[in-house]
Design a protein around this ligand. Structure first.
Ligand code: AHG
Ligand code: MN
Ligand code: MN
Length: 329
């Protein structure tokens, strides 16, 4: 067997990478590997749908006249269906928490893993041809296999994640994931239908000069957040905000920066969801040497109380997040 500690070369396929790394998984039985392959496959399908979005909109507009249901489905609902279908068929996941479903989806099988997923992140950007994403978080179920899923299987702290990742449907499509042994990024080559390792062992710069926040809500930010924004401006940082969390996060991961979604008047706990947005990205950023906080608490240590719970998020370069936190004390 090949030694998983040997750095794997840029250009190897995702499948081969997963196979080589399988012995790094704590309870390596191949199921987590298969689960990641299922997600990667669903990502290909969603990528294909997204690339046709402009055309689907045209077909949808015509469809309203002749009552053809399917083409009119919104992409976020469609993405949800694609991921749930792939995970159901795969058999490794026993339950799914999705942004698009109010309750836990119990797959009633013998799978060991629970998935939390934002099937389509940044959906307001679909219609304007801007990058969007998928975010996922993987936990081991804590109650016995074969019994009905319970809330405690799903409401686990982020530090318990077995894996987490995202797909970014951007100028190219990428899959970035961690199983707790660093972060690796793969670029999808559509004509070959394969993901290739393009960003091995991703590390976020400790410091950065990009801050990403929706400043339209400035008037309702707390004094701590306002002070940190002032600090960014005094230092002539660049403001960059796409409005797709995955895309903003990915840029900052590569270049160094901070993404903030603070409490606002409209969203007193912030807008982003702990289970399928914040936890996954917090696991990834910590694995890449960065930091994720609510301003006052490490995100990965929050014990979730509700499926769709929202938390404030400060995430990115370690020194920048620490600086932002310093305004709270
Ligand atoms: P989603 O499309 O999954 O609902 O998530 C949208 C989120 C996130 O992607 C983005 O960063 C944020 O909403 C933008 O919110 P504002 O428009 O309030 O800035
Ligand atoms: Mn989202
Ligand atoms: Mn979404």
């Amino acid at each position: 067997m090949e030694d998983s500690r040997i750095a794997l070369p840029i250009g190897i396929t995702l499948d081969r990478f997963i196979k080589n790394k399988q012995d790094e998984f704590q309870y390596a039985t191949g199921e987590l590997s298969q689960l990641l392959r299922d997600i990667a496959l669903a990502g290909k399908v969603v990528n294909r749908e997204i690339n046709k979005a402009g055309l689907i909109n045209i077909a949808g507009a015509m469809g309203t006249q002749n009552i053809q249901g399917e083409d009119q489905q919104k992409l976020d609902v469609l993405a949800n269906i694609r991921f749930i279908r792939a995970l159901t068929k795969g058999g490794e996941a026993c339950a799914i928490v999705s942004e698009e479903d109010e309750e836990i989806v119990d797959l009633e099988n013998d799978g060991k893993y629970v998935i939390a997923i934002d099937p389509l992140d940044g959906s307001s950007n679909i219609d304007v041809n801007v990058s969007i994403g998928t975010i996922f978080s993987v936990f081991r179920r804590v109650t016995p296999v074969g019994t009905p899923i319970r809330k405690e299987d799903v409401l686990q702290k982020g530090i318990e994640q077995a894996a987490a990742g995202y797909l970014l449907y951007g100028s190219s499509t990428m899959l970035v994931y961690t199983t707790g042994h660093g972060v690796n990024g793969f670029t999808y080559e559509p004509s070959l239908g394969e993901y290739f390792l393009s960003h091995p062992d991703m590390i976020i710069p400790d410091e950065g000069t990009i801050y990403s926040i929706n400043e339209g809500s400035h008037n309702s930010f707390s004094d701590a957040v306002k002070s940190y924004i002032d600090h960014c401006k005094e230092n002539r940082y660049s403001g960059r905000y796409i409005g797709s969390l995955v895309a903003d996060f990915h840029r900052n991961l590569l270049k160094g920066g901070i993404y903030i979604y603070p409490p606002t008047e409209k969203a007193p706990n912030g807008k982003l969801r702990l289970l399928y947005e914040c936890n996954a990205l917090s696991f990834i950023i910590e694995q890449a040497g960065g930091r994720a906080s609510t301003g006052t608490q490490r995100v990965l240590e929050i014990h979730p109380e509700e499926l769709h719970q929202r938390v404030p998020l400060f995430i990115g370069s370690k020194a920048m997040v620490e600086k932002a936190e310093s305004f709270y004390s």
